[in-house]
Design a protein around this ligand. Structure first.
Ligand SMILES: [Mn+2]
Length: 599
């Protein structure tokens, strides 16, 4: 009897264990299934609600959500895929996201919401010419001190700059990184940054704090004075260095200590933070003493090694370059009489060439830089530091050619520019050539004009006249009201707003084209555009500019029409109103936000 009871008891146990095993198996499988979707911003509300108080970088290697279900790419292709940003990275789900974005644009002039979401490490597309990838560099290169000055930088952008350097530089070449805080006002750049460095980056990263605002120019000199590596590498605080960026910079310096080298500055979009390759151009300037990019003369590009050899550049853009540290000191560092920002890049460029050095752009070294549309900070007293600095450089270096500048800025002729005797002494000590020598030998393309001659035509090198391919055409119908998006006035009217009206398939003024640049073009004329600073404004029809951002739209999941630079979706404001107003709103999946591009 007892043995029967025991047997049933054992069967019971066995049955229970099997049931539990099955349940647990199913549970873990399902929850693993949903794991990769944890951070996908598909539904509003929960995903990023913890955001800006204390930002936690979520993606420490690459944004995991970009990797779809089939992950069997080769290494290179996988890298490329991971390096592509989701166009919906900037989507706003709630008021907190909205605030991060709006305050971010105001303080930093780029999309801080996306910057935060990217985290401190990300994969980048390798934008080098394929020939660069086969190049070999000496093992015993000089060591580098990377100097990064910052003032009120966005925490995530600064940390991404820093980590990109640490991630992509061989440690035997990286002597140290010196951060110079130019007396920033934002509190997260104080204790929080100290704590982060102490906890995560002990050893190679030094942080120097200026007790008062010195500006970029003196800030860099302070950083350089603390450096002990053989080569100084200056970077902006909103950069990301790319694959094998440093070795191609150090090699020409090892060969000739008077070579000053710049990487090619790739473009990180201020609106989307997407990384794209820059064409190879070189630095020039105009007589207003503004830096400009020039096409590279074919004679520089046609060598046997093609587009991989260093290119002589008359000037540098300023933010990113490398130079032998002792040579930097010998050559007179910077003009410490220059304030905050502006003109220092032309000053050092003229000085390098005129005093026996060479300035080169290295096509195989790529560093991305966030190109902001405005500088988000001024000078403490609000003075025009660009004019002050330009005056100093004109008086020290430009000899009789400073008249070219005064012809354009006659009001500056009598302006005080401080004491330049120390800089004139530098010029004398180094036995520098004349400015005429510089123009004749280094920048013969520069035209010297008599006063009042007509202005030089600017050279556009970045965008060709290629028209993007149209992917889809049709009317843009709202699914709630079944009305179509049209111009309120004429579709040719610039800055006109758009509204919804009854659909008419015969009306050519209702015809939209959606192209590969993600532009929406009405009646073949103007592009649907969103100002990135005022997301409360309705979208308008503007001239197509072809550079994404404010004119970049995605027709996404659940028929939403998402605008990349404002991070919101297009919606019908009041479905019952005859006015047909539309506006941008937080993407909530409602029917008022659903659109279809249809024939
Ligand atoms: Mn910059």
């Amino acid at each position: 009897m007892g043995s029967v009871t025991l047997r049933y008891f054992c069967y019971g146990c066995l049955f229970t264990s099997v049931t539990w095993t099955l349940l647990l198996f199913i549970y873990f499988n399902l929850s693993q299934e949903s794991q990769p979707l944890k951070n996908v911003p598909v539904k509003g509300g929960q995903s990023f609600k913890y955001f800006p108080r204390k930002f936690q970088p979520r993606f420490t290697r690459s944004p995991s959500w970009l990797q779809g279900p089939n992950q069997h790419w080769g290494k290179e292709e996988g890298r490329k895929k991971a390096a592509e940003l989701s166009p919906e990275m900037g989507m706003i789900f709630n008021e907190v996201d909205q605030e991060v974005r709006d305050v971010g644009y105001h303080k930093h002039a780029f999309n801080v919401l996306i910057s935060n979401r990217l985290g401190y490490h990300r994969e980048l597309p390798d934008t080098r010419n394929t020939k660069c990838k086969g190049k070999l560099y000496p093992v015993d290169l000089p060591s580098a001190s990377v100097v990064i000055c910052f003032f009120n930088e966005a925490f995530s952008a600064l940390l991404r700059t820093l980590h990109s350097v640490l991630d992509r530089t061989p440690s035997h070449l990286l002597h140290e990184v010196i951060l110079v805080d130019d007396n920033s006002e934002f509190t997260d750049l104080k204790e929080e940054l100290d704590a982060y460095i102490k906890k995560n980056l002990p050893g190679k990263v030094k942080l120097v704090r200026n007790a008062k605002r010195e500006g970029l120019i003196r800030g860099r000199m302070i950083g350089a004075s603390q450096a002990t590596g053989e080569v100084l590498v200056f970077l902006d605080s909103h950069c990301e260095v790319n694959e094998m960026w440093l070795q191609p910079l150090l090699t020409p310096i090892k060969e000739d200590r008077r070579a000053v080298v710049c990487p090619v500055i790739d473009i990180i979009s201020a609106d989307t933070l997407s990384y794209s390759s820059s064409p190879i151009v070189r630095g020039g300037f105009n007589w207003g003493l503004h830096f400009k990019w020039d096409p590279v003369p074919l004679s520089e590009l046609n060598g046997p090694e093609g587009a991989t050899v260093p290119i002589r550049s008359p000037t540098m853009a300023g933010g990113l370059f490398a130079m032998d540290r002792k040579y930097f000191n010998e050559l007179g560092q910077y003009d410490s009489g220059m304030d905050i920002w502006g003109g220092e890049n032309l000053e050092i460029s003229f000085r390098i060439w005129m005093c026996g050095g060479r300035l080169l752009i290295i096509p195989c070294s790529r560093v991305g830089h966030i190109f902001r549309k405005r500088r988000p900070y001024g000078s403490p007293g609000g003075q025009d530091t660009m004019a002050h600095n330009s005056l100093r450089l004109a008086h020290v270096w430009m000899d009789e050619y400073k008249e070219q500048y005064f012809a354009l800025r006659p009001e500056l002729r009598s302006r005080n520019y401080g004491d330049i005797s120390e800089r004139l002494a530098v010029r004398k000590r180094l036995h520098c050539n004349s400015f005429k020598w510089y123009l004749d030998h280094i920048y013969p393309e520069m035209q010297v004009s008599a006063p009042n001659a007509k202005a030089q035509h600017p050279v556009f090198v970045n965008k060709g006249l290629r028209r993007p391919k149209v992917l889809q055409r049709g009317r843009l119908r709202n699914l709630l009201t079944s009305t179509c998006l049209v111009a309120q006035g004429r579709p040719s009217e610039k800055a006109g707003i758009v509204v919804v009206r009854d659909c008419d398939s015969e009306d050519p003024e209702q015809a939209w084209a959606y192209d590969e640049e993600q532009e929406l073009i009405l009646a073949g004329l103007l592009c649907l555009d969103m100002s990135e600073t005022r997301s409360s404004d309705p979208p308008r029809l503007m001239k197509c500019h072809g550079s994404g951002g404010t004119q970049q739209w995605t027709l996404g999941r659940s028929n939403r029409l998402y605008q990349v630079s404002v991070g919101q979706c297009l919606m019908v404001v009041d479905p019952l109103s005859h006015k047909g107003y539309v506006a941008m709103g937080i993407c909530n999946g409602s029917k008022a936000q659903q659109w279809r591009l249809e024939d």
